[in-house]
Write a protein of this length. Structure first.
Length: 240
């Protein structure tokens, strides 16, 4: 894991419809690092990801990805540079098959080499075997957990350097959550940086390297994930 930050967020503040959502947020993610931002509903976690992916302009502060300011880069250009955002709602295409959803992910990265496409499809089917079993079914017919796996795999078909996920555990059974979080930890160990936003604090802390607790739009607590996980009462007091 490199010590140089792939993502650098510097003193970011943001508002939506004149309501202050984020205040003076700073954090970084190094190459191959899994960083989690945990917080209660309404803490500003989704807004933070929107600012980083440049779908929402900050009022103040700067965001740098891979050494370049994101201020003039639209979200789709950032994705092609390797910053890929998996939002809440997953945004898969329900009428298309699992296979076609994955192929669309590859096309968004301008991956057209047939041999590499086949290799990457097989890699994702190995990662989540249920997707192989369902590859010819419409994505809309999948369970919530299967759709979340598909959303992660489609994002990985885009060859991300940094993968940002907005509450991937939302509404899913514990065993499915474990499968997805285990896959995210493995991806970080393979060199893909992860920024994971979660409400399920202890689950996120169990796989992360570093963590930030977001409360009322501000970072209230930061540290090594293992240390924060060891003081559950402290974390929960900041989560409210």
């Amino acid at each position: 894991m490199s010590d140089s930050p792939l993502l650098q967020v510097e003193a970011v503040s943001a508002s939506i419809e004149a309501i202050n959502i984020l205040q003076d947020i700073s954090l970084s993610v190094a190459t191959g690092e899994l960083v989690t931002v945990i917080g209660a509903n309404g803490a500003g976690k989704t807004t933070l990801l929107r600012v980083i992916s440049n779908s929402l302009k900050p009022q103040a502060g700067k965001v740098f990805f891979d050494g370049v300011s994101t201020v003039s880069l639209d979200a789709h250009l950032l994705a092609r540079r390797g910053l890929v955002h998996v939002p809440q709602g997953r945004q898969i295409i329900p009428s298309l098959s699992v296979h076609d959803n994955l192929v669309i992910g590859a096309e968004r990265s301008e991956l057209v080499d047939a041999e590499l496409l086949t290799h990457n499809l097989e890699r994702e089917y190995d990662r989540f075997p249920v997707l192989r079993e369902r590859k010819d079914l419409s994505a809309g017919s999948l369970s919530g957990g299967e759709q979340q796996m598909l959303a992660v795999s489609r994002a990985l078909m885009m060859r991300p350097k940094l993968l940002m996920l907005d509450e991937p555990s939302l509404g899913l059974a514990p065993q499915i959550v474990k499968t997805i979080l285990t896959a995210l930890r493995e991806l970080a160990d393979q060199g893909i940086s992860i920024l994971l936003v979660e409400q399920v604090a202890m689950a996120a802390l169990s796989i992360a390297d570093h963590a930030h607790v977001l409360r009322n739009g501000k970072i209230a607590l930061s540290g090594k994930a293992a240390e924060l996980r060891g003081d559950q009462a402290l974390v929960e007091s900041y989560l409210g």
